[in-house]
Design a protein around this ligand. Structure first.
Ligand SMILES: C[S@@+](CC[C@H](N)C(=O)[O-])C[C@H]1O[C@@H](n2cnc3c(N)ncnc32)[C@H](O)[C@@H]1O
Length: 361
């Protein structure tokens, strides 16, 4: 038997359809090196290229993530659709209205870090980032070490309880446990001093929002009731059921937050800019800072908080804005506030700002 026939024969035995015939499509999908629809001759790969079975070609020069070319292309998508799955003790973590889906965090961690890298979340809440970093061990390219700062002990306790319960359930299902990550209690403005310069590969966080002063909020609520036009989407009707806190009500959940949050937008921007200037020292020169921030609708106009925050951070921290990704939650409720007189958007997205530290070169 000729060599090439032998090759065909081996393939047909491995990749057969229900009738026992050779299934070329399945062979391509499951085993043969295929990139952009072409079977790759692995002998033709450059020294810095490696074929990873089922995933495509990995470039050893990749300093951003562990993704192959094919995966990288997909990861450049500027919109990420991800709902709040009732997973990973969602109900428990939902006590914190601003919690983020750990799988969404894992997706971002996969785009902006490599296995073994260090991830820091200075506003960690109930640990969406930390759980995401642990998920990467089993559902990504490998575990990341994560450190979280959180000034409210309740949220730290909830993260720990959620992890414990999740691991009990995983054990029952015969799955390996999620690694515990390090949650430090305190103010991030102090705790950041304990982190060595350049030791963080990815800073992934979800900032506490700017708080309107109470008077303004009351006035808006009254105006909303009277006009039924929805002067302020978020204040008028905080979302129910999906656990996502809106820009207006976030942080009021705890006394600690209310005590120290800044009152005006300008003060909030100044505070965030000062904090990010310090955070940036901790990030490695080829690392990233990735920041969740929702926009707001207020007094009949759109508050472009993401743009304001991006400019404020860039004005103090030595970083450059590399992207604004959109996190779209397809399950979020729609609100009809302006109908039929005024267009008021139903906010079913948040922005994810991606910054790169500026380098001297
Ligand atoms: C938007 S939430 C983060 C939620 C988080 N992504 C999660 O999945 O649970 C912001 C968190 O930052 C915390 N926080 C606000 N200011 C802080 C500070 N100066 N130091 C540490 N934590 C702070 C708040 O208590 C709140 O839990």
């Amino acid at each position: 038997m000729a060599d090439d026939e032998g090759g065909q024969h081996r393939q047909s035995r491995l990749f057969t359809d229900d009738d026992g015939d050779f299934d070329a499509e399945r062979a391509r999908e499951e085993s043969l090196p295929v990139e952009d629809g072409e079977v790759i001759d692995t002998d033709q790969l450059a020294d810095h290229q490696r074929y990873v079975e089922g995933r495509g070609i990995y470039d050893e020069r990749n300093r951003v993530n562990d993704l192959t070319g094919k995966e990288w292309k997909y990861a450049t998508k500027s919109v990420i659709a991800e709902s709040y799955p009732p997973a990973l003790q969602h109900d428990l973590r939902s006590e914190h209205g601003g919690q983020k889906p750990p799988r969404l965090c894992a997706e971002l961690i996969g785009r902006f870090s490599k296995a073994g890298d260090t991830v820091l979340d200075p506003f960690a809440g109930v640990g969406g980032t930390l759980l995401g970093a642990s998920l990467c061990e089993h559902e990504g390219t490998g575990l990341r070490e994560a450190i979280g700062f959180e000034r409210n002990r309740r949220w730290i306790e909830l993260y720990e309880t959620a992890l414990e319960r999740e691991n009990e359930e995983r054990r029952e299902r015969g799955e390996p446990p999620l690694a515990g990550q390090e949650m430090r209690h305190g103010d991030c403005a102090d705790l950041i001093d304990e982190i060595d310069d350049g030791s963080v590969d990815l800073l992934l966080t979800d900032v506490p929002y700017w708080h309107m002063d109470e008077l303004e909020q009351t006035r808006n609520e009254r105006a909303t009731r009277e006009s039924k036009l929805g002067a302020f989407d978020a204040a008028a009707a905080p979302d129910e059921g999906d656990g996502e806190e809106t820009a207006a009500d976030e942080g009021t959940a705890t006394e600690t937050d209310a005590e120290t949050e800044t009152g005006t937008k300008a003060e909030w921007l100044e505070d965030m800019a000062a904090k990010f200037e310090r955070f940036t020292d901790a990030v490695a020169p080829d690392g990233h800072l990735v920041v969740f921030i929702g926009d707001m609708y207020r007094e009949q106009s759109y508050e472009f908080l993401s743009a304001d925050l991006a400019r404020a951070i860039e004005s103090t921290a030595p970083v450059t804005l590399a992207a604004n990704l959109i996190w779209y939650d397809p399950t979020k409720d729609l609100h009809v506030y302006g109908y039929p007189f005024s267009f008021v958007p139903s906010m079913v997205h948040q922005n994810v700002l991606v910054f790169r530290p500026e380098t001297d070169s």
